[in-house]
Design a protein around this ligand. Structure first.
Ligand code: NAP
Length: 339
């Protein structure tokens, strides 16, 4: 069967908000689509296409990947390469595509952490899988305590000089190491565009560690991953654990997390969201986006309906003082602060 050629919605830029990434010339959508789960080899290509096309049709032009997203490792990038071939190629200049290296990818001493050897080889592999000449942003995915910081940063600088990435970013760095890294990169004329970390109503680590303030001082934007705490900050688990949920799969979320204290907090937050005329997911995203230092939130999704729900967060990102106080009261017993 011949598939119809994808043609993106002419209205795609009408409703999305674009925020400037730190002190740079580039703006990215307030909502980014992440391909960590649900875009690998276990997901049918027609579902992947439906989610990616829906997102782009709504102005989500930033797609967040990493070398090892899948499962299996590499397959989210391979599927993104298929999307490039079947739909997105004519729109390459409208897309902002990221990838990363820093976690385990292949066996042996050169497939993990932060060496120049790993970062350079990994990006070449990612470009081949994604069928791209360059990515818009390449991240060091985590700080490596055993590789000199200068080596990792110089690899990022050289990757930009080689034209394989337009910008660079960092993820999961301790605050003092992020500060040193920003200084190194700025001194080499490759300022860090984005810092990526987990941040949401119940995980406040980057607020507590000063990473968000540091980004603001340094001209680096902040982009939040797992803004829904992998689905906890939605209605997904309010009445049990659905069979098709991330928690039922049990690798990254497990049922022991659903303590009575957490459920009490989630139910209270859900009631507040309803009063605001939002779903819990929408309120959780709106809470993040109410802070203008948050450049974007990277949502994960297992269906088009979830993306549709999440994008509606943009229609109300304002909170009054009572709502903010209630969010603090409800989330305080379950807040995480550690990196
Ligand atoms: N830099 C890093 O180290 C790092 C680490 C983790 C993630 N990330 C990036 O951040 C992205 C997002 O992470 P995440 O997937 O953990 O994000 P998330 O948005 O917190 O969680 C996504 C999950 O929440 C559920 N969900 C989403 N919208 C929903 C809705 N409206 N109603 C009900 N349930 C909903 C879905 O769970 P079900 O699957 O159960 O339906 C979905 O898979 C990743 O794809 C990746 O790009 C980066």
């Amino acid at each position: 069967m011949i598939e119809p050629v994808y043609s993106p919605a002419p209205t795609r830029y009408d409703a999305m908000e674009y925020r400037r990434a730190g002190r740079s010339g580039v703006r990215i959508p307030a909502v980014t689509l992440g391909l960590w789960h649900n875009f690998g080899s276990y997901k049918p290509m027609q579902d992947i296409k439906a989610m990616a096309h829906y997102a782009f049709d709504k102005g989500v032009c930033h797609f967040d990947l990493a070398n090892n997203y899948g499962p299996e490792y590499g397959t989210a990038e391979e599927n993104f390469g298929r999307l490039m071939e079947c739909s997105f190629r004519p729109y390459r200049d409208e897309l902002f595509i990221s990838t990363k290296a820093g976690w385990d990818m292949w066996p042996g001493p050169y497939g993990n952490w932060g060496s120049r050897k790993y970062l350079m080889a990994s990006l070449d592999q990612s470009l081949r899988r994604m069928k791209l000449d360059y990515v818009d942003i390449f991240y060091s995915h985590r700080w490596d305590p055993e590789t000199p910081l200068e080596e990792t940063m110089q690899a990022l600088v050289d990757i930009v000089r080689q034209g394989k990435a337009l910008y660079v970013g960092l993820s999961r760095y301790p605050t003092d190491k992020a500060r040193e890294a920003y200084q190194y990169l700025a001194a080499h004329d490759v300022p860090c565009l984005l810092y990526q970390d987990r941040y949401n109503i119940i995980d406040r680590a980057p607020q507590c560690s000063g990473l968000i303030d540091l980004g603001e001082e340094s001209g680096t934007g902040f982009i939040s991953f797992s803004p829904l705490q992998q689905g906890l900050l939605t209605n997904r688990y309010l009445n049990g654990v659905p069979a098709d949920s991330r928690m039922a799969k049990g690798v990254f979320l497990n049922k022991d997390m659903l303590t009575p204290t957490l459920l009490h907090a989630l139910n209270g937050l859900n009631e507040l969201a309803e009063k605001r005329g939002q779903s819990l997911a929408q309120m959780a995203l709106a809470w993040l986006l109410s802070d203008k230092r948050v450049t974007s939130v990277i949502i994960g999704a297992s269906s088009v309906a979830q993306i549709e729900d999440n994008l509606q967060a943009l229609s109300n990102t304002a909170f009054d003082a009572d709502e903010l106080r209630l969010i603090e009261e409800l989330s305080a017993p379950v807040q995480l602060h550690s990196l």
